[in-house]
Every structure is written in C-alpha cells, then in structure tokens.
Design a binder for this molecule. Structure first.
Ligand SMILES: [Zn+2]
Length: 306
C-alpha cells in the first residue's frame, strides 16, 4: 500500500527537528488533559519541522495508548501514511487546486466512528487559498463548525494571511519553530541553488517534491533555447507546466535565476520571460484555458515567435 504523505521521508522524522520537540511535548500534555482542539493550524516553513509535527500528532491522536514517540503498530502505520483512520486532503493529480469534490471525497466517513484508532485525523497539506478554492473551503468549513468528538483536523500553512479568515477563526494556531539548516538538506542541489537565488520559489519546490530535480534540469536546458527564439522550446516548457500550476512560478524562478547570470540584453529578456510565465498563469486561471495556450500567446512577443 502506498503512503498518503506527499512529503519526502526525511521531512517526517521528528528526530531531525530538535526545535519542534517542546511543541510535541506540549501537545502530548494537552492530549492527556483531553484538551486537544478539534482544528489545529500548524504555521511554519515547509519541510522544516511542521510536517513532522503533523505526523507525530496524528500518530498520538490515533494511537490506542496515546503516548509520545510511541513505536506501536498503529503509530508506525501513521508514520508510513497507511493507517485507515488517517486522511489527507491535497491537490488531486492533474488538478491545480483543492476542489469541493476533493473535500467531499475525503470527508465521506467524517461522522462515522474511527475504523480502529482513537480518532480519525484529517490533514490538509496546504491550507492556503489558492490552492484551497473558496468552494472547497466552504465545504471544509461546515465540518470545522460542527466538530465531532472523534475527528481532528491538522491544517498546514506557512502564512496565515493566505488562509481564509473564516478558517483561521475556527482553528487554534500553533507556530512550529524551524530547525535551521534542515530545509536546504531536504532539497536537491538544483532546487537548493534556485531557492537561494529566488527566495519565493520554496513553496513551489515543495509542491514539486521528488520530481523537482528532473523538472529543473529540463527547464534549465530548454530556457536558453527558448530565449534564443526556439518556438518548440517555448511549447515544451509550457507543456511541462500545463498540468501542474505551481510550475509556472518555478519557470519564473528559473528565468529570474538565468537573468542573474546572463549578459545585460539577455538578462532583460529573461526578466520579461519570468514575468510572462506569471501573467500567463493568471490568464489561464481567469479564462479557464490551458497554461500552454496562454503561455505561448503571452510570451510570443518576448520570444519573437512568429
Ligand atoms: Zn502508538
């Protein structure tokens, strides 16, 4: 059975993140006092401890003993992402956002008692809007407004300002301290370099997960050809991003990184291209068109495609 967790294995190991241990101890104390809220919003940098807190908390909430750092069969299955009482809400394959249908699917058994554990635990991999669209958010909100005793929501976000206020107001917010240095280790060498050159690209790199290195390599190979006016390279880049909307921001980041290394004339074009990917992404969303169509139209003047 494959794991539910969409995060790299390393990001789930609490022992790698000493800074989060006091928080876990506090959560365990709250659990013993039957004071764990029905909705928790874990705020922290992606892959720097918050996923590990979510996993350990889920294990603790589901575990028959409810102990911290437990190694029972139930806890190990939660860590492995294969426990029947563990549920995950994320962007579905081939989609650009979390839709109402996704929420409904994940919540199918919400009011039923757990299969075998103490509770059902629901993890929302990204509570930001987007990718959580407003319809999905309102479907989710219904369950947050009428909590059931045996279900707990764990929402993940790095910026509470990007979470709808209606959701924030229903959740108890906990800041997860980052453990310095681990974030860089979780990314491959190309991703690390990109995250350093273009600070805002981290979220998209995390979404990309294990495929980040391959995608970046291809994007870095195709971009110079595209900048030289190669129409096919533009099309191929756009096709790479078509089904995965966050790739538009990665293409923008790769373009910006290229601008930093190029001669002034080419640098200017690379910056225009970076902007073009983001404009194309916005248009694709507004007009409900494929990203490849809007990207080619938006970038044609820049690339002098005829
Ligand atoms: Zn256990």
């Amino acid at each position: 059975m494959s794991t539910l967790w969409p995060f790299p294995d390393d990001a789930l190991k609490a022992s790698r993140f000493p800074a989060v241990l006091p928080l876990l101890v506090g959560l365990h104390r709250a659990l013993c006092a039957k004071a764990v809220p029905s909705t928790l919003l874990l705020v922290g940098e992606p892959l720097a401890g918050r996923e590990a807190v979510a996993v350990e908390l889920a294990a603790m909430l589901i575990c028959p003993q409810g102990t911290l750092h437990c190694t029972c069969h139930s806890c190990e299955r939660v860590r492995g992402g294969v426990h029947p009482d563990l549920h995950l809400l994320r962007v579905g394959v081939g989609h650009r956002e979390i839709r109402m249908e996704d929420v409904e699917e994940v919540l199918a058994n919400f009011r039923q008692v757990p299969f075998e554990g103490q509770r059902r635990v629901y993890v929302l991999a990204n509570a930001h809007t987007p990718p959580l669209n407003v319809f999905a958010a309102s479907a989710l909100l219904k369950t947050l407004e009428e909590p059931v005793k045996h279900a707990v929501w764990i929402l993940l976000a790095c910026n509470p300002l990007r979470v709808l206020p209606t959701i924030v107001s229903r959740a108890v917010q906990l800041r997860v301290p980052s453990t310095p240095g681990v974030l860089a280790q979780a990314l491959g060498p190309r991703a690390q370099a990109l995250a350093q050159v273009v600070p805002g690209s981290l979220g998209a790199l995390v979404e990309e997960g294990a495929e980040a290195e391959d995608f970046l390599q291809l994007a870095q190979e195709l971009l110079p050809e595209a900048l030289a006016g190669n129409y096919l390279a533009v099309l191929r880049l756009a096709a790479l991003a078509k089904e995965r909307p966050w790739r538009a921001s990665l293409l923008a980041a790769v373009s910006l990184a290229a601008a930093a290394q190029a001669n002034p004339e080419l640098a200017e074009r690379a910056v225009e291209v970076a902007e073009g990917w983001l404009v194309a992404q916005g248009r694709a969303e507004q007009l409900h068109l494929g990203f490849d169509a809007t990207a080619v139209a938006t970038l044609a003047p820049v690339f002098e495609v005829r």
